[in-house]
Design a protein around this ligand. Structure first.
Ligand SMILES: Nc1ncnc2c1ncn2[C@@H]1O[C@H](COP(=O)(O)OP(=O)(O)OP(=O)(O)O)[C@@H](O)[C@H]1O
Ligand SMILES: [Mg+2]
Length: 344
């Protein structure tokens, strides 16, 4: 199995490639527009490398993306070296002619195309420009921004996974598991951990994560679900077209849909939406997170998980993680006792 790819390492490879693209050799062989395009693509990939490095441990798709990127960058770098050697071996006139009969051009264009595909995929994978995201408080949940460690909740986690992997459920109604609990209880965290569980990843052909929140109408929700499944769809404002697109994507697939942070109590709307999911739903599942039990009931949950407070020891571990960061709590005995009082 390929090892873990370091984002910092790939960043340095990109830096080297950019220097080569800006060199005289490259400029002698290619139109400057091609060099510019290559640079733009490399920059846009470079922005998300830190984020990808972190997420590759929890998300196999991100890891595969990094592996693919490493491969393509190695090819680009190798080709640029071949061009540099070629340039050294040729005289001025031959180099001038090379500009017209350029045997490297088609190759570099193919590599640029492949890098562009990777650059497009970064959005679908939810990879973020972490430098720009720093200091942004408007946190919107996604399947990717999840805690690397979830304290406690082993039983709840297992209960949901068992339900996701079981064969039960009818062909006419997709089972809906609702995780209910007050603000900050860890509903989204639990759903994220389940969503990224390796068995769940293997079993479900299609997975979609939608942060629903208070802004909700059928068109925008259907668009969001489509986007989460496939980024290029969902341009239409016409509900029928959107539903048709969604139906096409779902047909014959075992899917998992997470509707995170649901507030809406409009039963008709939910009925309308869920009808679409209930056809040919064999093995498929929906997970809902909500603060409100009534919402869970209106949606027609088949299973309700009422999240209670974490065990004391798990609360303490969570507190230590946030209050002390990576530092050793035993070095601060005074703060430790204050912390324990807060947790209690
Ligand atoms: N069991 C846990 N282990 C680790 N971190 C947790 C746990 N439970 C909650 N957290 C942390 O607490 C914070 C709030 O959790 P989360 O967003 O999952 O709550 P929520 O129930 O979804 O809240 P809301 O009702 O506002 O959507 C997050 O920073 C999360 O990482
Ligand atoms: Mg939440």
């Amino acid at each position: 199995m390929a090892g873990v790819v370091g984002g910092a390492f790939l960043s340095s490879v990109i830096l080297v490639i950019r220097e080569k693209v800006n060199s005289k050799n490259f400029r002698n062989y290619f139109h400057k527009r091609l060099g510019r395009k290559l640079e733009i693509t490399l920059n846009s990939i470079n922005e998300v490398l830190d984020d990808a490095e972190t997420k590759q441990y929890q998300n196999l798709d991100v890891k595969n993306w990094l592996d693919g990127l490493k491969h393509e960058l190695a090819e680009v770098d190798q080709l640029l070296d071949v061009i540099a050697i070629d340039a050294q071996q040729k005289g001025k006139i031959e180099r001038f002619i090379s500009g017209y009969i350029n045997r490297f051009e088609s190759r570099i264009k193919v590599l640029l195309k492949r890098l562009n595909v990777l650059a497009e995929q970064k959005n679908r994978l939810g990879l973020q420009d972490t430098t720009r995201a720093a200091g942004n408080d408007g946190v919107v949940s996604s399947s990717f921004f999840y805690e690397s460690v979830m304290y406690g909740r082993e039983l709840e986690n297992q209960e949901i996974i068992d339900c996701l992997l079981s064969d039960s459920g009818s062909d006419n109604q997709v089972p809906i598991i609702s995780i209910v609990g007050p603000i900050g209880m860890g509903k989204t965290t639990l759903a994220q951990v389940v969503y990224n569980n390796h068995l769940v990843m293997e079993v479900f052909e299609l997975k979609a994560w939608v942060h629903v929140s208070e802004s909700f109408d059928l068109v925008s929700l259907t668009q969001s679900i489509l986007r989460s499944i496939h980024s290029s769809a969902a341009d239409s404002e016409d509900l029928e077209i959107l539903q048709h697109q969604l139906q096409q994507r779902l047909t014959g697939k075992r899917y998992l849909l997470v509707l995170d942070d649901v507030w809406n109590k409009n039963g008709n709307m939910w009925e309308h939406l869920l009808l679409l999911f209930s056809r040919q739903s064999s093995g498929s599942r929906i997970i809902v997170t909500t603060r409100d039990k009534e919402v869970a009931s209106i949606i027609g949950s088949t299973q309700l998980l009422d999240l209670k407070q974490l065990e004391k020891s798990d609360c303490w571990n969570l507190f230590v993680k946030h209050a002390f960061g990576g530092r050793d709590v035993f070095e601060y005995p005074c703060l430790e006792s204050i912390g324990k009082k807060i947790v209690e």
